[in-house]
Design a protein around this ligand. Structure first.
Ligand SMILES: Cc1cc2nc3c(=O)[nH]c(=O)nc-3n(C[C@H](O)[C@H](O)[C@H](O)COP(=O)(O)O)c2cc1C
Length: 211
């Protein structure tokens, strides 16, 4: 703590890491996926609520269930990726707050009956957790291919029982199920020979202000 990580680590996490669409024929083990979660779970979320839920699609069958929801340009890269994660969020995340944030017993009630606050909190923090997943994957030597080009309603229906009876929750309050997809992320070991040149980024003075 208080020390910079070394240049090799910075390259692996940021400067040399790329978005991949083609993959080496190298499997990602379930143990690696567990290691991935064991890292990303420590990164911060508001009220320690951790609303993200992760569905790791590894089998051909699971990928086929996803196929109809994918934008055409995302089909091949996803079907050939060793793993595709659905980064989702649970709109009933606040039910875990007595366990995850026990020092504030009123926090659960703050969210109950306030769907706008629930949605904003779940979306913001699951997006963060998706980004933590990308960084944790890179730290473990994996490559990523995040995607927002998919039909969210189809994914939610296929994987999160949207529109079906919602056991243990108020169907009127959760007419579309209580777990919703945020974005997809392919995982594997990328094939660097297929990369396009790196796109530019905004310089400091166009993206930042010092006040
Ligand atoms: C949330 C998110 C959604 C994205 N959606 C798609 C997508 O649907 N299809 C695609 O081919 N690339 C998608 N990308 C990839 C970006 O275009 C890519 O990460 C960016 O251009 C940076 O590329 P680089 O990491 O190689 O520098 C997405 C990236 C993110 C973070």
């Amino acid at each position: 703590m208080g020390q910079r990580i070394d240049q090799t680590a910075l390259d692996a996490l940021f400067r040399e890491a790329r978005t991949y669409a083609k993959w080496q024929a190298r499997l990602v083990t379930d143990e690696t996926l567990r290691d991935l979660y064991e890292l990303l779970k420590w990164a911060p979320t508001s009220a320690n609520a951790a609303p993200a839920r992760f569905a790791f699609l590894r089998s051909k069958e699971a990928k086929e269930r996803l196929r109809p929801a994918l934008a055409p340009l995302n089909v091949e890269k996803t079907m050939t990726a060793p793993v595709t994660v659905i980064v989702a969020y649970d709109t009933k995340f606040y039910e875990q707050l007595p366990k995850l944030f026990p020092q504030s017993p009123g926090m659960k009630q703050l969210f109950e009956g306030n769907p706008d606050l629930v949605e904003a909190t779940a979306k913001r923090n699951s997006s963060l957790q998706g980004a933590y997943l990308i960084m944790a994957a890179r730290a473990l030597g994996l490559d990523c291919g995040p995607m927002s080009g998919f039909d969210q309603a189809k994914v939610d229906e296929e994987f999160f029982a949207a529109g079906k009876p919602c056991f243990g929750c108020d169907q009127e309050f959760f007419p579309e199920g209580h777990v919703k997809s945020n974005f997809l992320c392919n995982l594997g070991y990328g094939d660097p020979s297929t990369l396009f040149p790196r796109l530019p980024r905004l310089p400091f003075n166009e993206a930042c202000s010092l006040l």
